[in-house]
Design a binder for this molecule. Structure first.
Ligand code: NDP
Ligand code: GDR
Length: 372
């Protein structure tokens, strides 16, 4: 039985990766942070009572800022594979807490690599580092001849998050070269799912679309509608992470769909799932989205009503305008083929958020009834 250790197991990717590795027969260990409220919602369905006889899923309290804790967990677990997914992963928030991000996302990666070395496990343990398309920074002149970012495109990070992750990228590569360790970077472009954190733009949009359709919210406030992202499904992307660690030779890979979409168009796609057509008018901070038509009589939404507005508080001091990745290497060398396209992703997220908002609405109605 192979043993895997996942940092960031309570996050979007950690939860899907844990499911995948359990399906493949791994013993899965995860690092979770102590929090004053429950933070395991995404993995509660796979949690096992530790008193059961055959336990193949175990959580350990830990933090990427704590070297001794990381060393102890790795020593206890003796993993064959470590997936370092733990990070403060919100680009906008990284401008508010840049030092913390450097510590967790940058030095945290070093702590994992050093722990493996200190414990003399370089030959046993393979390491996956969650690198990101934010490394490229969206500079037009750095794209390849196909107009895409690939494994050889230069980096130019545009946020404290991107800068911290660039340290993680290079220290992983350096330990591979310096100490012959099996350590790889997956340079993953944006990937989403119904489990995506609620403050990332796709999930913010699908939740608000459901809430507006069901009469629970009036307006969705967004930042830069002109940003373009190469969006895939997290389920497909964790499969790529696993494949990266199964190769004979450790290398870095870009994981992407190879297509890019405006934030504005993602909004339109989400609303079309509930039969609402949005018309955007105006420009920049004055751009607004109105209800052009509604083909679903279940949603009593007023035609011509403004339901989207731009709020500059969501703008970033420096923005990554456009990302689009070249998945040629991962398709040919890893044999990685995504099962979802953007349409399928939006459909799944919308179905999930409609059910979620409906449930919340019923609960709040039930609560107000019991008040009287
Ligand atoms: P999430 O934000 O959903 O999850 C991040 C995870 O890291 C959570 O489990 C979080 O714990 C944990 N974490 C945060 N701070 C610490 C810390 N100090 N010590 C230990 N764990 C910590 O991110 P995703 O699942 O979306 O992303 C996974 C990784 O992939 C991240 O490193 C991200 O930067 C990277 N990435 C993500 C992409 C995407 O599009 N999703 C694209 C490219 C890279 P808690 O639940 O307690 O907050
Ligand atoms: P990103 O994802 O910054 O690409 O990082 P996010 O969904 O936060 O933003 C995508 C784009 O949408 C624009 N945007 C908004 N973003 C948010 N969050 N909220 C808004 O209201 C809003 N309006 C417009 C943003 O400006 C941006 O251009 C994600 C994270 O998962 C990182 O951890 C990961 O490394 C990268 O993807 C690849």
């Amino acid at each position: 039985m192979k043993i895997a250790l996942i940092t960031g197991i309570t996050g979007q990717d950690g939860s899907y990766l844990a499911e995948l590795l359990l399906e493949k027969g791994y013993m899965v260990h995860g690092v979770k942070r102590r929090a004053s409220s429950f933070n395991t919602q995404r993995i509660d369905h796979i949690y096992q009572d530790q008193h059961e006889v055959h336990v193949n899923f175990k959580l350990h309290y830990g933090d990427l800022t704590d070297s001794t804790n990381i060393i102890r967990i790795i020593q206890e677990v003796q993993p064959d594979e470590i997936y370092n997914l733990g990070a403060m992963s919100h680009v906008k928030v990284s401008f508010d807490s840049p030092e913390y991000v450097a510590n967790v996302d940058g030095i945290g990666t070093l702590r994992i690599l050093e722990a493996v070395r200190i414990l003399g496990m370089e030959k046993k343990t393979r390491i996956y580092q969650a690198s990101t398309s934010e490394l490229y920074g969206g500079l037009a002149e750095n794209k390849n001849e196909k107009g895409l970012y690939d494994e050889n495109s230069p980096f130019y990070p545009r946020s404290p998050y991107g800068v911290a992750k660039i340290y993680g990228f290079w220290i992983t590569k350096n330990y591979r070269e310096a100490y012959n360790m099996y350590a790889c970077n997956g340079i993953l472009f944006n990937h989403e799912s119904p489990r995506r954190g609620e403050t990332f733009v796709t999930r913010k949009i699908t939740m608000a679309t459901a809430a507006i359709a069901l009469g629970q919210q009036d307006c969705l406030y967004l930042g830069n509608l002109d940003a373009q992202r190469d969006w895939g499904h997290a389920k497909d992307y964790v499969e790529a992470m696993w494949r990266i660690l199964q190769q004979d030779v450790p290398e870095d890979y870009v994981i992407a769909m190879g297509e890019t979409t405006y934030v504005r168009d993602f909004v339109k796609m989400a609303f079309l799932e509930v039969g609402i057509e949005i018309e955007f008018r105006g420009e920049g901070v004055n751009e607004k989205g109105y209800v052009a038509s509604c083909s679903n009589p279940a949603y009593q939404i007023e035609l011509g009503k403004q339901i989207i507005a731009v709020d500059p508080q969501y703008f970033r001091p420096t923005e990554v305008d456009l990302l689009i990745g070249d998945p040629t290497k991962s398709r040919t060398k890893l044999g990685w083929e995504p099962k979802y396209d953007l349409g399928g992703l939006v459909k799944e997220m919308m179905a999930s958020d409609l059910a979620y908002v409906q449930r919340e609405k019923m609960l709040s109605e039930a609560r107000s009834i019991t008040k009287y």
